[in-house]
Design a protein around this ligand. Structure first.
Ligand code: GLN
Length: 203
């Protein structure tokens, strides 16, 4: 059985957990370093990145999460979770995990007020567009050369920006796949988890 942890300090961790159960994975709420043990993957949900950063420190999870996300165990950050995973985030008064090689601007869509929905073309998920919900989404302003862009969006006349990215076993999305019925992103993450398991088993 595959067990995916969901960081459960704040934000929409319940929605991620129910989506994971729907597609046949075991889930575990994570609030301590101990609960990171023996997980096959981890989701860091959206919420509010300043609060999330503060809670990560209060729960003594900064170092354990850094080690976890950088160890090659699949880790997926959505929205505020993407901010937490990024190498750098503008205006964030807390450290990030510095895992995925992207820079994000937390407030690029106008002081966090802008929310919108868009149908994304995501070739990795097949031909059907993915309906994505953006809630005060961060904007990715730069990506390292090992980062693969899975989808982009063009919003409000601005230049197209990456909104779904992957670097090895790390996945980041600036929108909320747990808030729509389409489970393909969660299934895609499980595929990363399962292929990673096969790589570790072969070693
Ligand atoms: N922009 C928000 C932040 O800085 C993230 C919003 C979200 O996760 N929905 O935390």
């Amino acid at each position: 059985m595959t067990t995916i942890g969901v960081l459960a300090l704040q934000g929409d961790f319940l929605e991620h957990a129910s989506m994971l159960r729907r597609i046949g994975a075991e889930t575990r709420e994570v609030r301590s370093a101990e609960q990171l043990r023996a997980l096959d993957g981890l989701i860091i949900p959206g919420g509010e990145s300043t609060t999330l950063g503060r809670l990560i420190e209060d729960f003594h999870l900064l170092e354990p999460l850094r080690v976890f996300a950088r160890s090659g165990i699949p880790t997926w950050g959505t929205c505020a979770g993407m901010i937490a995973l990024a190498r750098h985030a503008t205006d964030l008064p807390f450290p990030t995990l510095e895992a995925i090689d992207i820079e994000v601007d937390r407030n690029a869509y106008g002081r966090q007020v802008d929310s919108f929905e868009a149908d994304l073309d995501v070739p990795a998920l097949g031909a059907e567009p993915f309906h994505a919900v953006f809630i005060r989404a961060p904007v990715v302003t730069s990506t390292g050369e090992d980062v693969e862009v899975l989808a982009t969006v063009q919003h409000d006349g601005e230049a197209a920006a990456p909104v779904a990215l992957r670097q090895g076993a790390l996945l980041a999305t600036s929108f909320h796949p747990e808030l729509t019925p389409d489970s393909r992103f969660h299934e895609y993450f499980l595929e990363i988890v399962r292929s990673q398991g096969r790589i570790s088993a072969a070693k």
